[in-house]
Design a protein around this ligand. Structure first.
Ligand SMILES: Cc1cc2nc3c(=O)[nH]c(=O)nc-3n(C[C@H](O)[C@H](O)[C@H](O)COP(=O)(O)OP(=O)(O)OC[C@H]3O[C@@H](n4cnc5c(N)ncnc54)[C@H](O)[C@@H]3O)c2cc1C
Ligand code: SF4
Length: 449
């Protein structure tokens, strides 16, 4: 099934462009800087085991098809990861070329090779004979898509159940289009669907136990990868105004067909974003690209302790986002139901990373206020509490995440496995890919017992 609407959101292209890819000659020059380490540390830095040391070596030897095959065999979403992985904390962090001049740009090479493979129409992905065994995957984010692809490659009959209209999870409805666009995402999802994976979109499990009950139906195993769909908001005066959003509401609209409507709304307006993580920075940069006026990111952490990835933080600062660290918002002021500002004061966290009220020390006489027209909360998200009802026999931990065996990702119920953010909490796309691979391997072991 081809994902529709590749060009339907071309309005988005007016505001957002993803980074330019390498040309062939640029990619070769970059790969030629690789030191060809005997035991490449970059490969150890990749959670999804994409083996950058191996694909870069093949590229250096001008075996581009071979390099593409290494990536795709190891990570069906290799192109997307090349675009969105915070490589400075992963594969590139370990690159020894930094001792000579600078690290090899692994993410960009990976993305180049995947697009190269697509452009020449080379498909290295093979599929084993049909095993006539049905497996259900719930949720189509990177964990679900990867698990489905790995099982389909081994001949299992996989059906993905997805509650949204389109596949991709946060890759489609969260990550802003200046990092990853629909064309790229659709092209890579096609690689999954070409393996014969069946898809039921707009599919909602409603009744108690309805996910679990798939095991009583024709499905022999289930992989649950429903992510975090419950974005938090602070309960402070004014937070229920119609001009106050969560990052999920906001990015969902940007990523669907409402980009023009939102752009008209926030053009030349001031926006306060509450949060200091990568998601807050992504939202802030998005607002700036939509021509908002002043955009503030207000966070409890100090500038040095901001949880945002350096690249995301620098992008926001490059777009003139104003960071207000060590600060808390106490009130969203409104007039006739419309947001007109935020009020807060500066704070000190007594212990890093602890946001409980007893750990937040207010600094005397540090009150501030900003005139803003919109407020967007980017303070994290949790598992949708409904998931528990759909899986009543499965054990959840006290934070609401599904409990699994760390190695096999099996839940407390035989035949039900889980991975991605519904297990780990907020994480990275490449970690969800790792879980999808691990989940598929464990499901195959379980089915072969
Ligand atoms: C704004 C933002 C920016 C990000 N940027 C980056 C980045 O640059 N780099 C990076 O590595 N990571 C980034 N991440 C994190 C990354 O996107 C996630 O770690 C990853 O998508 C998690 O994958 P997942 O498969 O666990 O869940 P998700 O991607 O959340 O997918 C879960 C899917 O399950 C579906 N679902 C939920 N409930 C049900 C149900 N009952 N029935 C059927 N389907 C259901 C959902 O609709 C969704 O499609 C970002 C996240 C956000 C929010
Ligand atoms: S998947 Fe991400 S972390 Fe792994 S090698 Fe590729 S860019 Fe690096």
């Amino acid at each position: 099934m081809k994902q529709e609407g590749k060009k339907a959101n071309s309005k988005k292209d007016e505001y957002f462009q993803i980074e330019k890819p390498y040309t062939l000659s640029q990619a070769i020059v970059e790969a030629d800087r690789c030191l060809l380490c005997y035991d490449p540390l970059c490969s150890q830095g990749c959670p999804a085991e994409v083996e950058p040391g191996r694909f870069i070596k093949k590229l250096r030897l001008r075996n581009l098809k071979g390099a593409f095959k290494v990536i795709k065999d190891n990570n069906i979403l290799g192109g997307i990861c090349g675009l969105v992985c915070p490589v400075d904390k992963l594969c590139e962090e370990k690159c020894l070329a930094s001792g000579i001049d600078r690290v090899i740009n692994i993410g960009k090479l990976q993305r180049f090779l995947v697009e190269y493979g697509w452009d020449i129409g080379f498909n290295p992905i093979t599929k084993e004979k049909d095993k006539n065994v049905n497996v259900a995957v719930i949720g189509s984010g990177p964990a679900g898509l990867t698990c489905a692809a790995e099982l389909a490659k081994k001949g299992y009959n996989v059906t993905i159940f997805e509650k949204n209209e389109k596949l991709g999870g946060i890759l489609r409805y969260g990550i802003p289009p200046f990092k990853l666009n629909d064309d790229f995402l659709d092209r890579e999802i096609e690689d999954v669907l070409n393996l014969g994976v069946k898809v039921k979109t707009n599919y909602e499990f409603k009744d108690k136990g309805s996910i679990e009950n798939l095991l009583k139906d024709s499905f022999k195993a289930i992989f649950v990868s429903t992510g975090l769909t419950n974005a938090y908001r602070l309960k402070i005066p004014g937070s229920d105004s119609k001009d106050v959003f969560t990052y999920q509401d906001f990015l969902w609209q940007i990523n669907s067909d409402k980009v023009e409507e939102i752009a008209d709304k926030i053009k030349n307006k001031n926006v306060a974003i509450i949060g200091g993580g990568s998601v807050a920075m992504d939202v802030a940069t998005t607002c700036k690209l939509l021509n908002a006026n002043n955009v503030y990111c207000i966070s409890l952490e100090s500038m040095e302790d901001l949880p945002a990835d350096k690249a995301d933080l620098h992008k926001a600062i490059d777009h003139y986002v104003i960071i207000k660290p060590q600060s808390q918002i106490k009130e969203i002021t409104t007039k006739d139901g419309k947001v007109i500002g935020v009020k807060g004061n500066e704070v000190k966290l007594l212990k890093k990373g602890d946001f409980s009220p007893s750990n937040i020390k207010e600094i005397l006489n540090s009150e501030f206020s900003f005139n803003v027209d919109f407020v967007i909360f980017a303070i994290g998200s949790g598992v949708d509490p409904k998931i528990k009802e759909l899986l009543p026999s499965v054990t959840f931990d006290d934070k609401g995440y599904i409990k699994v065996d760390k190695e096999s990702l099996e839940t407390s119920v035989k035949g039900i496995f889980a991975g991605g953010e519904v297990v780990s909490g907020p994480s990275l796309a490449v970690n969800a890919v790792r879980d999808g691979k691990r989940g598929a391997k464990s499901i195959i072991n379980y089915l072969n017992k």
